[in-house]
Design a protein around this ligand. Structure first.
Ligand SMILES: C[S@@+](CC[C@H](N)C(=O)[O-])C[C@H]1O[C@@H](n2cnc3c(N)ncnc32)[C@H](O)[C@@H]1O
Length: 198
C-alpha cells in the first residue's frame, strides 16, 4: 500500500464553488484533482494499492481509495464534481464518522494533524520537500505515506505535526515540482525499486 496526503490550504470546505473556476474561486482545486488522478490512475487502469487523501481547509479529509473507487476519470472537472458531491454530504459527517458518497470516496471531519496521526499508525510518513534528503539515499518502506503541500509551503503547525510523527523529509530532485508531478515521481521510485528496475 502507498498513500498520499495532500494539504489543500485554500481548498473549499463547502460545495458552493463553480466547476468553471477550479484554480481561482475553488482554491486550486484543479491541482488537488490532478493529485487524485496522478495518485490513482495509470494509462489504462487504477492503482488498487494506492489511496489519496486531500485535507480541505484543515477541516475535512477526503479520501479516494484506488481499490474501491469507480468511474474515476482523468479530467479535473469530473474529479472536482466528485469532490463537490462529497461536500454536499458534509453535514452527515458527524464527529469522526465518515460519509461515503460513492464507492471508494469518503469524507470525514478530520484536520491535517488528526489524519496524519491516523495514517502514521498504519504506515511510514515521509514528507516530500525539494530541500529534503535525496530520495536515492532513503529506505523504501512497505507502506509509505507521502505528505505533500499544495501550491503553498507547509505551515508551521503542519511542520510540527510532521516532526511529532517522525516523518523523514525527502527530496525527489533539485527542482521544485507541482504536487501532482511529485506524486508521479514518488510512484516511479517505488515502481522501479528505487529507479533501478525497468
Ligand atoms: C508546488 S510545491 C510547493 C511550493 C512551495 N512554494 C514550496 O516551495 O514548497 C508542491 C509540493 O510538491 C512536493 N514537491 C515539489 N517538488 C519536490 C521535490 N523536488 N522533492 C520532493 N517533493 C517535492 C512538496 O511536497 C511540495 O510541498
Amino acid at each position: 500500500m502507498r498513500e498520499f496526503l495532500v494539504v489543500g490550504h485554500d481548498a473549499p470546505t463547502t460545495p458552493d464553488f463553480s466547476l468553471e473556476d477550479l484554480p481561482g474561486g475553488a482554491g486550486r482545486l484543479d491541482l488537488l484533482c490532478r493529485c487524485v488522478t496522478d495518485g490513482l490512475l495509470t494509462s489504462h487502469g487504477v492503482r488498487e494499492d494506492a489511496r489519496v487523501h486531500l485535507v480541505l481547509g484543515d477541516a475535512f479529509t477526503l479520501t479516494f481509495d484506488g481499490a474501491a473507487v469507480r468511474q474515476l476519470h482523468p479530467d479535473e472537472r469530473s474529479t472536482a464534481a466528485r469532490i463537490r458531491a462529497a461536500l454536499e454530504r458534509r453535514e452527515d459527517a458527524i464527529g469522526h464518522q465518515p460519509v461515503e458518497p460513492s464507492p471508494g470516496v469518503s469524507l470525514v471531519r478530520k484536520d491535517f494533524e488528526t489524519t496524519l496521526a491516523v495514517l502514521s499508525d498504519r504506515g511510514t510518513p515521509i514528507q516530500l520537500h525539494a530541500e529534503g534528503a535525496p530520495v536515492t539515499d532513503a529506505a523504501r518502506p512497505d507502506h509509505p505515506v507521502f505528505v505533500l503541500s499544495d501550491h503553498r509551503e507547509f505551515a508551521a503547525g503542519e511542520t510540527d505535526a510532521l516532526a511529532s510523527a517522525e516523518a523523514r523529509r525527502v527530496s525527489l530532485g533539485p527542482r521544485a515540482l507541482h504536487a501532482n508531478q511529485a506524486i508521479t515521481v514518488a510512484h516511479n521510485w517505488l515502481d522501479t525499486d528505487g529507479f533501478s528496475r525497468y
